[in-house]
Structures are given as C-alpha cells and as structure tokens.
Design a protein around this ligand. Structure first.
Ligand code: NAD
Ligand code: UDX
Length: 477
C-alpha cells in the first residue's frame, strides 16, 4: 500500500510520520508545493517545533517515510491520498472574515483528478465546512479523464493539539472516520481503519457518516474554545468580586459532568484553529438561516477579543494610566507552550495594544523566530496564511526582541507573561526585580508564577482572575 499526503504542515507532517512509524510496510510520502518546507522536513531542523517529532521522523525517514515536492508522481501512485492543506478564513469576497477559504483544497482535488490513473481513497484531513466532501467529489469526478478511476471520499479530521502532537497521535482519545454507507464506502472505511489499527484499538475508531465527521471537527473546536471563553468571562467577574478563578475552575472541574481539563483562564486563546473554525461554523449557520445559532457561537470569539483587550487595559490602568515610553518585557509570543507557532496568538493583539499606547515592547520567546514576530505584528487580521501587500513586516525598530529573558526585563517597568512556557517559572525573579525600574509590575496572563513569592520580592503582581494585589486595589478604590 502507498499513502500520499498533500500538505506538509503542522498536521500532514506529524500525522504521516506517526503512520509511517507504526506501519513499516506502508510507503508514506508527504508532498508539498513549498520547496523550503520539504527541504526542512528532509533535514534535522524540521519546519515545526514539536516535542518528540524529530525522533519519530528520524526513525522512519528514508525507510518508509519520504518528503517530496513531486506532487504528481506520488499522488498518482498512491492508493490512499490524505489532503491536509490549509483551509484558512477567507480574507476577501463573499464570506470574508468568516467562511473557510477552500482554494487550496480544491486545487489539491484538481491535481488528484488530473494525475490519477488508478482508483483511490481520498481522505479529508483538513478541517472543512460540513458538506465539503460533496463538492470535492464533483471536482474529482468531473476532472478525471479516466472513466475507470473511482474515488471514495472519507472524512478523517485530526484532533491533535500543537505542543502535544506526538502524544496525541500516539494515543488519541479517538480516531474519527466518516464515509458513505455503501459497499465501496464501507470498504474504504475498513481500509483506512486498518491503517490506524496498527496501534489504536478498534473501540477508539469511531465510524460515522461523512457529514457527521465533518461537523464533529468544527463542533469539537467550538466546544473547547467555548470552555476557555466561559472561564475567561468568569475571570473578569472574579477580579471584580474577589473570587479566585483557579479556585472556581477547580471547584467546578471536580463535577464529573464538567471535568477538569481546559478550564485555565488565560489572556485569550490563540492558534490556527479555534477562531477560524468557529467563524466557519458561524458562517455555515448564517447560510442555512440559523442566525441565533450563529450569534451564540460568535460570542465565543467576542469574549476572547474582550479578554485580550481587558488585559491591555489592565496593564495601562495599573501603571498609572500611562505606558508611553516605558519598557515592557513580554515573556512568550507563541500561542501556547512547546510550540514555535504564532498563528492567532494573543500576544499579537496584546503587543499591538501596548505599542499603540506608546510602550517600548521587548519580546522574549524561547522558540519563535524574530522575523515571525515582525511579520505577525504587521499582518492584517486573517491574512497570516497568505499575506497581501498590506501585510508587510513592521520595522525592526518598532519593537525590540531579545534572546535572553534577563536582558528583556532589564530596565523594564513591567513584565507581561503571555505564554505558559515552563522555563518562566524557574527564573531568578529577585535578580530580575533588581534590574527593573520601580515600582516593578508583573502581569501574569497565564497564572503560572508564584505570586506570593513575587510579592515578597517587591513586585506588584496582576494575576489574571485572582483577587487584586492590594497596591492595585487601592488604585481602583
Ligand atoms: P499548514 O499551513 O501548516 O500546512 C498546509 C500545507 O499545505 C502548506 O505547507 C501548503 O504549502 C500546503 N499546500 C497547500 N496547497 C497545496 C497543494 N495544492 N499541493 C501541495 N501542497 C499544498 O496547515 P496545518 O496547520 O497543517 O493545517 C492543515 C489543516 O488541518 C487545516 O485545515 C487545519 O484547520 C487542520 N488542523 C490543524 C491543526 C493544527 O494544530 N494546526 C489541528 C487539526 C486540524
Ligand atoms: C486545538 C484543539 O485542542 C485540537 O484538538 C485541534 O485539533 C486543533 O486546535 P491547538 O490550537 O493546537 O489545538 O491547542 P490547544 O491546546 O487547544 O490550545 C488552544 C489555545 O487555547 C491556546 O492558546 C491555549 O493556550 C489556550 N488554552 C487552552 C487556554 O487558554 N486555556 C485552557 O485551559 C486550554
């Protein structure tokens, strides 16, 4: 059996590496039009940072795992073609700012149709609007000149989270496969399931119809993001009342119906998926006339925007209503720990908000490349996937970037913790405090630091969703 995967990104690369690792008798080729990305996958500096990924790639690469730019050859030869291309939010035209841009998906389908000389199973790995399989099937059938070639489309959404991709792929809560309830549909589902059964037990492989699988992915992300917006909304109320959001999270999380995970209040959720997929869901609801349902889910995004704005306003108001020309160190730019990914990271909005008020921002992140930060801060909303000329990188003088946290904090008035990197917990905060301008502030947007210890050192600490520091409380009274 030969598998080809179109798209060597955050999903295609790790997912195929795991399949190759676990199925040594299957040849797996990941193809992409991006030559630099493929070259990086073929090197020991992989294009994405993901704990454990390099080891998995190194074990399978050259044995039965290959990365190539020869899309036509490998797709043409494959029995199963995974499509794991980007499906970003549309930035122009009908549905701009909400609908999924399926340009890359349709482009991939046209390539498959044009190079196929044998029948294939086509697997939707990308997150797509419900009913996409219907459209893709039409594109495939109408563009394939060989009448003997049959395509069976399956939906197999990916649930991995960045930073834990290898763990998630190794032991997923479930694998979801949607397909048609026909003889050939059932056979295709069984073939794909047999790949996963190399390391996942049958009871964790769920089979549904196509539309349920497509919609389940959007729904899962909407529910996860909703939990964060819900707890973030409560964090604002905690600050207003003296309750502690971590205590509230723990209290409600012990209810087995609610569960303890995904209840960490934060400066806001980021990442390439949550906002995009909820907006996509909102758009689908609007197009089928369900405005109330659309509004319900849209509120999750609005609450997330409110949380980021609220954080910036808290920084400004705490620092005597002026941050102009004050150095503010930002610890963490990635959208979560253990990844160098910055897509939709809350740090973009927070840095922009601080810079708009005149602060001299200095960013430290252990994994994010400098150029990525310059690019992100100049990119228009939703354009990160395909920047237009409007989205030019900001000037290197507009923001400072440091590769040393001590240096980032030196002479700063404040530190904002925006990513929950473990290393931030173990810094020498006494030494950091000594090097800062007084009063020295810490705004912990992830609640990872030891706030009592920091207050003992002398910091004025803002801990998100927790009773206000007495110094701050006095200011607001
Ligand atoms: P990505 O942008 O990192 O990778 C997509 C890749 O597809 C790019 O390298 C691009 O060059 C390539 N590509 C686009 N069109 C192509 C074509 N016609 N031929 C060959 N290559 C082509 O995207 P990603 O983060 O891997 O996400 C892929 C899909 O998976 C999206 O639909 C996303 O919503 C979904 N998803 C992502 C995550 C995640 O954590 N990133 C998790 C689950 C699902
Ligand atoms: C998400 C989904 O979890 C995953 O199943 C899907 O396949 C892709 O989208 P990802 O975006 O990689 O994964 O990371 P995730 O762990 O979900 O975190 C998303 C954002 O929410 C991050 O910014 C994270 O810091 C934030 N978050 C998460 C919180 O603010 N609080 C939490 O309790 C959990």
């Amino acid at each position: 059996m030969k598998i080809a995967c179109i798209g060597a990104g955050y999903v295609g690369g790790p997912t195929m590496a795991m399949i190759a690792l676990k199925c040594p008798e299957i040849e797996v080729v990941v193809v992409d039009i991006n030559e630099a990305r493929i070259a990086a996958w073929n090197s020991d500096k992989l294009p994405i940072y993901e704990p454990g990924l390099l080891e998995v790639v190194q074990e399978a690469r050259g044995r039965n795992l290959f990365f190539s730019t020869d899309v036509n050859k490998h797709v043409g030869e494959a029995d199963i073609v995974f499509v794991s291309v980007n499906t970003p939010t549309k930035t122009r035209g009908v549905g701009a700012g909400k609908a999924a841009d399926l340009t890359y998906w349709e482009g991939a389908a046209r390539v498959i149709a044009s190079v196929s000389k044998s029948s294939k199973i086509i697997v939707e790995k990308s997150t797509v609007p419900v009913k996409t399989a219907d459209a893709i099937e039409k594109v495939l059938r109408r563009n394939c000149s060989n009448p003997s070639v049959q395509f069976e489309i399956l939906s197999n959404p990916e649930f991995l989270a960045e930073g834990t991709a290898i763990e998630d792929l190794m032991a997923p809560d479930r694998v979801l496969i949607g397909g048609k309830d026909t003889e050939s549909g059932r056979a295709a589902i069984a073939t794909l399931a047999s790949v996963y059964e190399h390391w996942i037990t049958k009871d964790r492989i769920l089979c549904t119809n196509l539309w349920s699988a497509e919609l389940s992915k959007l729904t899962a992300n909407a529910f996860l993001a909703q939990r964060i917006s819900s707890v973030n909304s409560i964090s604002a109320l905690c600050e207003a009342t003296g309750a502690d959001v971590q205590q509230v999270s723990r209290s409600i999380g012990t209810d087995s119906r609610i569960g303890p995970k995904f209840l960490n209040a934060s400066v806001g959720f980021g990442g390439s998926c949550f906002q995009k997929d909820i907006l996509n869901l909102v758009y689908i609801c609007e197009t089928v006339g369900l405005q109330q349902v659309a509004d319900y889910w849209h509120q999750v995004i609005l609450m997330n925007d409110f949380q980021k704005q609220r954080f910036v306003e808290r920084v400004i108001s705490a620092m005597f209503n002026t941050i102009s020309k004050k150095k503010i160190a930002v610890f963490g730019f990635a959208f979560k720990k253990d990844t160098g990914d910055t897509r939709e990271t809350p740090a973009i909005d927070v840095c922009r908000g601080l810079m708009a008020d005149g602060a001299n921002v200095c960013v430290y992140d252990p994994e994010v490349e400098d150029n990525q930060i310059y690019q992100d801060l100049g990119t228009e909303k939703f354009e990160w996937d395909h920047p237009s000329p409007r989205s030019a990188p900001i000037s290197k003088t507009a923001i400072a970037i440091s590769h040393d946290p001590m240096e980032a904090a030196r002479d700063a008035h404040a530190i904002c913790v925006l990513t929950e990197w473990d290393q931030f917990k173990s810094y020498d905060y006494q030494a950091i405090y000594d090097s800062m301008v007084k009063p020295a502030f810490i705004f912990d947007g992830r609640n990872i630091l030891d706030h009592t210890k920091l207050r003992d050192i002398g910091f004025i600490v803002y801990a998100l969703g927790k009773p206000l520091d007495p110094f701050l409380q006095k200011q607001y009274d």
